[in-house]
Design a protein around this ligand. Sequence first.
Ligand code: 13P
Ligand code: SF4
Length: 335
Amino acid sequence: MDAALTEEINRLTSLGLHRRCVEGALERVAALTLEINRLKKTRNAVICAHVYQTPDIILGIGDLVGDSYKLADDCRKTAADEIVFCGVHFMAETAKILNPDRKVYVPSKNAGCSLSEAITAADVRALKAEHPGLPVVTYINTSADVKAESDCIVTSANAEKILRKMYAEHDKVIFIPDRFMGANLAKALGKTPGKDIILWKGTCVVHEHFKPELIDVYRKKHPGLVALAHAECPSELIRAVDFMGGTGDMMRYVENSNAAAFLLVTECGFGELAKLRFPDKNFIAMCRLCPYMKSITLESVLALLKDPAPEEVTVPPLIAARAKVAIDKMFELAA
Ligand code: 13P
Ligand code: SF4
């Protein structure tokens, strides 16, 4: 076997990736990661990987890894000429808005998001006309057009903090597009949907289906279990768990806790990564796959690096400039 391939297999093994590969698959994965990492250097490209990607992408080729806030922030600081975004389209659009002079690519045409598709810029303009003077606080899981109509962007890592600051200046806000996250945040802040916070009807196709009844089933089976759920889950589910947050908060919680077991209520990639990062901890993944995130593969990344032009992400300059004001407001208020 080629010495470089053997070395790559050893590198992936040291990261624990052999534990999730069937017989012979690690060699195939190593051949792909080797070529991707070579091409990436030649192009001076950086690969962003959201924690819902598969571990072969995150650990094998990812340079910047994290939740949507960390990835947006890291992209602002990269010196690379090109950004290959292994995540969903709205994340890549955000990277482009923050890096107008760099090429940004997504290695899939199917990396959408049900939340992002739930609202249009025209919907936001209608909401503003219906509720004049209210600030529009917008979850980052939205298109650039929707961000351009917004006052401030938030992610699950900073939404509560930013909303608190907004309520110091306003009695009422518009929060779009995730109605579950909006209701969960309203509860955490002692606010009433409809009265203090205007919500939209968007939902995440992954998180909306988790059932609260199952949490108790797992608690009985695993004494000492701690249940963690993403803030996009329905409120009945959030009431049944011990911790609600974004993926960054959930990972930090796991890192700092000695709980007997962790029930992770979110996309499956998160649990796979947690198992590899913390092999001595016990995980029970009550998980679902995000079809958008999972439309990216090592093969699609390699194809993109060989011929990137068809996968370039563009944002019209006027939309980008307006969206950037709302994104910069997030960085200011989250600091
Ligand atoms: P995070 O910002 O928590 O990573 O969430 C992004 C997302 O799409 C969750 O479904
Ligand atoms: Fe969108 Fe849900 Fe997938 Fe996150 S998990 S990218 S919110 S569809």
